[in-house]
Design a protein around this ligand. Structure first.
Ligand SMILES: [Zn+2]
Length: 345
């Protein structure tokens, strides 16, 4: 389905420097109070042990706030088992996700060998292995740059920023947020395996109208200049937070019930069905067909027409259950003329 959307160029408006931004993010999937299979990840909570399954997702960012799953890797105890026994829980988690990332990208490349992509991920991936996985699978990257993870590199970055005061861009967003971008090109880093990496680094200070300040930094292989810095940071870096809001959150809270154990044995199949359901729901919700209907009724968006996403999904289900769909609805030549457009403004 995603292949088709890409081929139809329905997602092109969301490309960044010609590439699709692919969010990489891990999330909890299922949690059980007792062991459910041999591969459950286990976590100690006081006296209780939780048995879990996690998932690492590659989600392609489309226009109009859409996110489409294009690869999935389940993280389980097979990843954790090879970690050294003295490793901290945080370290084991990192290890698991990095191993899963390699499998995730191999799977993605098997399905989409030619797709130009830029991985967007949190600070966990900004390390030798994270850069190597991207290189091995011909992907660009924009990863969060955490000062604490690379104290020496961070110091270099700060020093170089002082040496190039001209590499600075200031602007105010339509929402009244003041942003100051500063960047350094060709920052060099040698990882713990002696591999040399060169990338660009961006720093952004954001001040809201109420004075609230926040700081962000990223490392990226994308081109960074006065003309591109805001675009790279906004659409490549900050967009990744939308994953939490639009992707996993929707899947957990919209009635799709991501975390519900629909089955104790076929849970992986249910996970994929849910990704398909989410894709269809987004095309219905954010596509032009219902948007036009909503606008005729004086509403801005389709979701306002139904009150909530959950209601929208319920109505769709009701219609499948109680209404007889005319034969024309299944006629491929007739329906071929219907186009769903995503609002890219
Ligand atoms: Zn299990």
């Amino acid at each position: 389905m995603v292949q088709r959307l890409i081929r139809m160029r329905a997602l092109d408006a969301a490309r960044l420097q010609g590439r699709f931004v692919v969010l990489i993010d891990g999330s909890g999937y299922l949690v059980f109070g007792s062991r459910h299979c041999d591969d459950c990840l286990t976590q100690q909570h006081g006296v209780a042990t939780l048995y879990m399954h996690q998932v690492l997702e590659a989600k392609l960012l489309g226009p109009a706030g859409t996110v489409f799953s294009i690869a999935t890797e389940f993280i389980d105890n097979r990843d954790a088992r090879s970690a050294p026994t003295e490793a901290s829980q945080e370290r084991v988690k990192q290890d698991c996700e990095l191993k899963a990332l390699r499998r995730l990208l191999a799977g993605l490349r098997a399905e989409f060998p030619q797709l130009r992509i830029c991985l967007s991920g949190d600070g966990l991936y900004a390390c030798g292995e994270g850069f190597q996985v991207a290189k091995d699978h011909r992907a660009d990257y924009i990863y969060v740059f955490q000062p604490g993870r690379f104290p020496a590199l961070w110091k270099d970055f700060q020093g170089l920023l002082r040496l190039c005061p001209d590499q600075r861009l200031e602007w105010t967003t339509p929402q009244g947020v003041r942003q100051v971008y500063r960047w350094v090109n060709d920052l060099r880093y040698t990882d713990s395996d002696g591999r040399e990496w060169t990338f660009n680094a961006i720093h952004c200070t954001e001040t809201k109208e109420n004075g609230e300040e926040s700081e962000w930094s990223w490392v990226t292989s994308l081109e960074v200049s006065r003309a591109t810095v805001a675009d790279v940071a906004t659409r490549g870096g900050r967009e990744r937070w939308r994953e939490e809001n639009e992707g996993f959150n929707t899947q957990k809270n919209s009635g799709l019930n991501l975390e519900h154990a629909y089955s104790h044995t076929c849970w992986a199949a249910y996970y994929f069905l849910l990704q398909i359901a989410h894709l269809l729901l987004q095309l219905v919700e954010k596509g032009s067909l219902l948007r036009h209907l909503a606008q005729e009724q004086g509403k801005r968006m389709a979701v306002e027409l139904y009150g909530s996403l959950k209601n929208m999904a319920q109505r769709l289900l009701d219609s499948l259950r109680y209404q007889h769909w005319a034969d024309e609805a299944f006629d491929r030549t007739a329906t071929g003329t219907i186009q769903i457009r995503l609002d890219s403004s």
